[in-house]
Design a protein around this ligand. Structure first.
Ligand SMILES: *[C@@H]1O[C@H](CO)[C@@H](O)[C@H](O)[C@H]1NC(C)=O
Ligand SMILES: *[C@@H]1O[C@H](CO)[C@@H](O)[C@H](O)[C@H]1NC(C)=O
Ligand SMILES: *[C@@H]1O[C@H](CO)[C@@H](O)[C@H](O)[C@H]1NC(C)=O
Ligand SMILES: *[C@@H]1O[C@H](CO)[C@@H](O)[C@H](O)[C@H]1NC(C)=O
Ligand SMILES: *[C@@H]1O[C@H](CO)[C@@H](O)[C@H](O)[C@H]1NC(C)=O
Ligand SMILES: *[C@@H]1O[C@H](CO)[C@@H](O)[C@H](O)[C@H]1NC(C)=O
Ligand SMILES: *[C@@H]1O[C@H](CO)[C@@H](O)[C@H](O)[C@H]1NC(C)=O
Ligand SMILES: *[C@@H]1O[C@H](CO)[C@@H](O)[C@H](O)[C@H]1NC(C)=O
Ligand SMILES: *[C@@H]1O[C@H](CO)[C@@H](O)[C@H](O)[C@H]1NC(C)=O
Length: 244
């Protein structure tokens, strides 16, 4: 409830003042190093990558994202632990959406500041899936860990309180997951170029999930399967629609 209200309020604030990008919704963990591998893909975590089945360990040409859902714990719901790795002079990103061909996607961006020695920064954005525009949104993200080595960007973070207890169906944890890259100018982010979008997949059931990804170019023409956003994402999307 409280978290839902915070998310709602943050979304409205972001819409009223799109130029203002607070970072109070982000917390960093600079004490732990990132360590991202394919270990657990399809067993304990859902993975999306480009090219198919590439391993981010020791291979910077692999654009890779994984999502691990914690067991739902009342009253806070499921936490999503995310890993993201890839090569970009600007940023790499992963997104969660109910339907990749309509509505919005919640985008998590790990970026290098090209005007400050490639130092790391993090952004949450909302992508309009119809016209691909990005707008700032303040989604709570915790435990952000990062590594920038030349143009190899890696990060790990947690999206807390995705509320799976408010529903008995698996739809609450079912998303299409997209991965992509973009440019930066200082701490401003440019357009997101999507490299790959997965079919809708239940992130709480990695081994049962059909993770057959479809190329980004095909996503616009194929209707994605039936999927619903989790409670928090729904609240967010509803508040955005009300405010428009
Ligand atoms: C990285 O994680 C793998 C397991 O996923 C582990 O075997 C390895 O020791 C870890 N490496 C470091 C440097 O922590
Ligand atoms: C990196 O991944 C790409 C794509 O999967 C593959 O073609 C290439 O051989 C890999 N390189 C190494 C060093 O593993
Ligand atoms: C639930 O969320 C609250 C507020 O973020 C936090 O203080 C509490 O530790 C969380 N409880 C569990 C079991 O994660
Ligand atoms: C970038 O790094 C160099 C060497 O560490 C340092 O001299 C310079 O001040 C840094 N530039 C910025 C903008 O921080
Ligand atoms: C942790 O890292 C982030 C991103 O590089 C930075 O903004 C933040 O100031 C760092 N925090 C501490 C306590 O060093
Ligand atoms: C997305 O963009 C389209 C075309 O510009 C617009 O009609 C629609 O209202 C936008 N959707 C949202 C949720 O902002
Ligand atoms: C999660 O959903 C349950 C059931 O609807 C509700 O009681 C609880 O307050 C929700 N928790 C959060 C953090 O929204
Ligand atoms: C992702 O797409 C961008 C832009 O189309 C391209 O430059 C980049 O090589 C792609 N990355 C991978 C890993 O395929
Ligand atoms: C996803 O969006 C497409 C295009 O707007 C639509 O045809 C399809 O029915 C939608 N799927 C769901 C589950 O809403």
């Amino acid at each position: 409830m409280q978290r839902g209200l915070i998310v709602l309020a943050a979304a409205v604030v972001a819409l009223l003042a799109p130029g203002v990008r607070g970072t109070d919704h982000l917390s960093f963990d600079n004490s732990t190093q990132v360590n991202i591998t394919r270990d657990g893909c399809g067993a304990t975590k859902v993975c999306v990558e480009e090219p198919a089945a590439c391993d981010p360990a020791g291979n910077s040409s692999c654009l890779f994202a994984s999502v691990t859902a914690s067991a739902p714990a009342a009253p806070n719901g499921t936490d999503l632990a995310v890993e993201l790795s890839g090569r970009s002079a600007g940023y790499i990103a992963m997104g969660l959406t109910a339907n990749a061909s309509q509505g919005t996607a919640l985008i998590f961006i790990c970026a290098r500041n090209n005007q400050n020695n490639g130092s790391f920064f993090f952004r949450t954005m909302l992508r309009n899936n119809t016209d691909s525009t990005l707008s700032a949104v303040e989604t709570i993200v915790t435990g952000i860990r990062s590594s920038v080595d030349g143009d190899l960007i890696q990060c790990e973070f947690t999206v807390p309180g995705v509320n799976a207890t408010s529903t008995r169906t698996t739809d609450a944890t079912t998303f299409a997951i997209l991965i992509g890259t973009g440019t930066t100018s200082g701490t401003e982010v440019g357009a997101l170029m999507v490299n790959r979008t997965s079919s809708p997949v239940d992130v709480s059931n990695p081994s049962g999930a059909s993770t057959t990804p479809t190329p980004a170019t095909e996503m616009t023409t194929s209707g994605a399967g039936r999927a619903f956003a989790p409670h928090a994402l729904l609240l967010l999307l509803m508040s955005v629609l009300k405010a428009v």
